[in-house]
Design a protein around this ligand. Structure first.
Ligand code: SF4
Length: 307
C-alpha cells in the first residue's frame, strides 16, 4: 500500500473558542462545511489518490470540534458507505478543550488519530493559549487528553514554540516525557508582514536553531525518548533522505498537500487559509489535476509575505 499522493487538510468550521496570542488565522469567521462540499472533497481526493494508496484527511484549522459530533459521524458514514474501496486515515488536530467522553469514545472507535495543541507545562501554555476571557486553556486541554487515554485511545501533542518556550526547552521536554506524550514543536508562523502580534512572538533563526539543537540533544541522549516528529525528520535528513514525515521536510510540500476551507476554497497550506494571493481555486468548480495542483506549483515558485 502506497502513502498518500495528496494529503488534505479539511477545515470543517471557520470558528474557534480560543483566542491564542500567536494565532495566524486570517480568514473571516463563518459557518460549517456543507454536505455538497464534503462529498466533492471525498470524490475528487479518493479518485485522485486511487484505491492502492492511503488517502489522509486531517481535520484541522480553527477548532474542528466546533463542527460537532454529527459532522464526524457523517464523515465516517460517507467514507464507509460510498468510498469503502479506498483506504483512509483520518487525523484530527484540536485544541482539546471541547473533548467530551462521547467524542473521545467516537474518535477512538472510528480510529481517528488525535493531536492536541499543547505548548508544554502550564506556565508556558497558559501564557499565550487563552480563552477570549483571558483564562488559560491548559487544564481543559489536559482534561481532554485524559478522557482519550481513559478509554485506551492514543493521542499526541503539537506545541507552538515562542521565545518563552525556547528559553525552557528542558522544561518542555521533561513535561512531555513525564506525561508520556509524543510531541512536536513548531515555531510561530508569520503569514503576513503586518501581523504585529505574531511578529512579536516569533523566533529569530538563531533562537530557533539554538532551541532545536537543545531539543535534539535531549532526545538523542535519552535512552527512552518520546517520539518527536521533527527529531525523526532531522535524523532522516542527516542520513541523506529528503523524505521526512512532515510536510515541512518533504521536499515539495505543494505537490502533496492542499487545504480546503468550509466554503470549498483551496489553499496550498492551512497557514495561508484566507490569504487571497495564495488561493488555488475552489473544490466545487475547479479540477484538481488541471487547475488546483498545477497552481500549487506556481505558488511554490513565488514568495511568501513573511520575511
Ligand atoms: S486554538 Fe488554533 S485556531 Fe484557535 S485561536 Fe488558538 S491557534 Fe488560533
Amino acid at each position: 500500500m502506497k502513502g498518500p499522493k495528496l494529503t488534505v487538510i479539511v477545515v470543517p468550521v471557520a470558528r474557534c473558542n480560543l483566542s491564542c496570542a500567536y494565532c495566524y488565522i486570517t480568514a473571516p469567521s463563518g459557518g460549517s462545511m456543507d454536505d455538497t462540499i464534503l462529498h466533492t472533497v471525498f470524490t475528487k481526493v479518493f479518485h485522485y489518490n486511487g484505491a492502492d494508496a492511503i488517502s489522509e484527511f486531517i481535520w484541522h484549522g480553527f477548532e474542528p470540534l466546533l463542527a460537532g459530533k454529527r459532522f464526524y459521524e457523517n464523515v465516517v458514514k460517507i467514507q464507509n458507505q460510498e468510498f469503502s474501496q479506498f483506504p483512509v486515515v483520518n487525523r484530527l488536530q484540536t485544541n482539546g478543550t471541547l473533548l467530551t467522553s462521547e467524542l473521545a469514545e467516537f474518535s477512538t472507535t472510528n480510529k481517528f488519530r488525535l493531536g492536541v495543541s499543547l505548548d508544554g507545562p502550564q506556565f508556558i501554555h497558559d501564557e499565550y493559549r487563552r480563552y477570549p476571557s483571558g483564562k488559560g486553556s491548559f487544564i481543559d486541554a489536559m482534561h481532554g487528553i485524559d478522557l482519550i487515554r481513559r478509554i485506551g485511545g492514543s493521542v499526541a501533542a503539537i506545541g507552538v514554540l515562542t521565545p518563552l518556550g525556547a528559553e525552557h526547552i528542558t522544561d518542555i521536554y521533561d513535561f512531555f516525557k513525564r506525561e508520556k506524550l509524543d510531541f512536536d514543536l513548531l515555531p510561530v508562523t508569520l503569514v503576513r508582514k503586518d501581523d504585529k502580534q505574531s511578529k512579536a512572538l516569533r523566533l529569530t533563526p538563531k533562537q530557533y536553531a539554538t532551541a532545536a539543537i537543545e531539543l535534539f540533544d535531549l532526545w538523542f541522549s535519552d535512552s527512552q525518548p518520546p517520539q518527536i516528529r521533527s527529531c525523526d525528520s532531522w535524523t532522516l535528513a542527516a542520513l541523506g533522505t529528503t523524505i521526512g514525515q512532515e510536510c515541512t521536510y518533504s521536499g515539495n510540500c505543494f505537490a502533496r498537500n492542499i487545504t480546503v476551507d468550509p466554503c470549498g476554497n483551496v489553499w496550498p497550506c492551512e497557514r495561508f487559509n484566507g490569504v487571497d494571493r495564495f488561493k488555488l481555486g475552489n473544490i466545487l468548480t475547479d479540477s484538481l489535476t488541471e487547475t488546483i495542483i498545477p497552481q500549487g506549483g506556481g505558488v511554490a515558485s513565488g514568495e511568501a509575505e513573511g520575511d
